[in-house]
Design a protein around this ligand. Sequence first.
Ligand SMILES: Cc1ncc(COP(=O)(O)O)c(C=O)c1O
Length: 363
Amino acid sequence: MEFCDLHRQYLEYQKEIDDAIASVIKTTAFINGPDVPALEKELAEYSGAPYTLACSSGSDAISIALMALDIQAGDEIICPAFTFIATATMVSIVGAVPVFVDVDPVTFNLDPEKIEAKISEKTKGIIVVSLYGQCADFDAINLVAKKYGLWVIEDGAQSFGGTYKGKRSCSLTDIATTSFFPAKPLGCYGDGGAIFTTDLKIAEKIKMLRNHGQEKRYHHKMIGVNGRMDTIQAAILRVKLAHLDNEIMERNRVADLYTKALNGIVDTPYVLEHNHSVWAQYTIRVAERDKLREKLAEYNIPTAVHYPMPLPSQEAFKHLGQGTDFPISNLLSETVMSLPMHPFLTTDEIEFIASKIKESLHV
Ligand SMILES: Cc1ncc(COP(=O)(O)O)c(C=O)c1O
């Protein structure tokens, strides 16, 4: 059994994907080929964000977004204490300081009520992660941002395709980013990402920043990076985007079956009524997490921990001296574990996993 079975997915769309890759090879337009702007148009239509720029990864998407917002050395950016490290390391990469805020105990997303206490004169913006596929509370967060004149970036690396109050993830803030890492709900066959914005000027700047600050060939208006998406990845993503809604439906089927089987046995995930999750992860909470993982491994059931350490406790951020007073993030890092999750899991497989969890916990 695979944690995220990309092979099964490939077999499902094999001819379409093989044809898409072959067509790029035939044209040899490996960089900035026509599939890149075509994908950008489709992503914009899908997400509802008017301007969409494809780029080299979800991490680069965040750093390019920060460059587009003119982040300066020493600026402070609010980040959740419980997320994948790239959310905050990209802040450091551009010379700014991530200021960590604890997360909500129900959704595990940034807690809007804890933001204000961490705002200082140096604060410029807030990066919000929509963790495991469920959007954060953007109405509340955007309200705090407005009060203090801050911008908001949604790190939608795990939530592309999800909705918040009927609007799609990546269309809910000034700028949003996503990742097309292979195991993401919409993944390519290597690294890839995208940046979304409602602001034409910012979009034009991002376009230059991701291509060496170049306005036209060999004329560089600003300091930029090589953050382009490969044409082959764009061609693959176009195939997979057409199947995304169906895959999200299937991920919801899998999540519902897990919840039905595990309710009352472990702490199952909770999706708020106004959210529709894409279930990037199905993450439960168990007190004896490590023991349960070992037991499941004996039955070849793969599991993962997203994430075993809150960001302020990571060695990479120790120098910031922000302490360990992040009680929810600390608790989550000791108790969360993710179960196999992909659209092609069968009812039998889900029932097998659930039965082995019950057996291991002696219930
Ligand atoms: C929340 C979050 N932010 C950023 C990233 C970085 O994306 P990438 O791996 O495409 O650089 C990831 C990917 O795992 C992520 O989950």
